[in-house]
Design a protein around this ligand. Structure first.
Ligand code: NAI
Length: 244
């Protein structure tokens, strides 16, 4: 018996990092899970792969319908696909702004819009958006990324209000720096990866990076019937960065 027995979930960005850890967390506790990602090679047996780009509305609609058909409906959507961008407002041209907002914000809108008919029919519906501590922390050299995640936070609150009476809870997690392939890519591109890793760790009072599994567990709680009274919240998973 698991918390997610009988429930079906779609996880965007489910091919890597936090998304893959979330897919595994949900599947290990009884959910049927589809991972929607640009690439879904080598997924664990039992996870359904759906290839698609969250910036392509037709692909999102087709992917959500395909996931619902293969899973027998959709009860949980984890809007997790996201990309980063370094820079101040002096650095990023308009094209960067359009691209990152299209993936990180409008991507969540497209996926949620396509999934709403299934969620309305669920009876246990939940959406969890992957936000970031960048939404509220004022991080240097992350203007565009922070703005995108600020929009995710506001979108989460607005959607929670809009869909409360349709029986759909909407929450987000706000991870600190998490040890994922994304962060490993950033570190390997740094001039001094060890110094960069030490700086990222020291930013969090816990003195370490968050693991993808720790973020997945928070997403799993918000997605689960255990959180039945929780909607319109942001759950920090940041080693104390926000609260301390
Ligand atoms: P990751 O790069 O390991 O995984 C992201 C996944 O999203 C990849 O599999 C990628 O193919 C997919 N993806 C990217 N663009 C897509 C698109 N247009 N359509 C479909 N899929 C797409 O990254 P990670 O670290 O697991 O990040 C996941 C989420 O967590 C992102 O939204 C990120 O902003 C957020 N986050 C990450 C933190 C970190 O320190 N790693 C901290 C706070 C938030």
């Amino acid at each position: 018996m698991g918390e997610f027995d009988g429930l079906a979930a779609v996880v965007t960005g489910g091919g890597s990092g936090i998304g893959l850890a979330t897919a595994r967390f949900l599947a290990a506790r009884g959910a049927k899970v589809a991972c929607f990602d640009l690439k879904v090679d080598g997924l664990d047996p039992g996870l359904v792969g759906v290839v698609g780009d969250v910036t392509d509305d037709a692909a999102v609609r087709a992917g959500i319908d395909s996931a619902a058909e293969q899973l027998g409906g959709i009860d949980i959507v984890v809007n997790n696909a996201g990309i980063g961008a370094a820079g101040t407002v002096a650095d990023n041209p308009d094209a960067d702004w359009h691209r990152v907002l299209d993936v990180n914000v409008v991507g969540m809108v497209r996926v949620s819009r396509a999934a709403l008919p299934y969620l309305r029919a669920s009876g246990h519906a939940a959406i969890v958006n992957t936000c970031s501590i960048a939404a509220t922390a004022g991080l240097p050299n992350r203007a565009l990324y922070s703005a995108s995640k600020g929009a995710v936070l506001s979108l989460t609150l607005a959607m929670a209000a809009d869909h409360l009476h349709e029986g759909i809870r909407v929450n987000c997690v706000t991870p600190g720096t998490a040890d994922t392939p994304w962060v490993r890519r950033l570190l390997s591109a740094a001039d001094d990866p060890d110094a960069e890793l030490a700086a990222l760790k020291s930013r969090q009072p816990s003195g370490r990076l968050v693991s993808a599994d720790e973020v997945a567990a928070a997403i799993g709680f918000l997605a689960s019937p255990l959180a039945s009274a929780t909607t319109g919240t942001a759950l920090d998973v940041d080693g104390g960065m926000h609260g301390l």
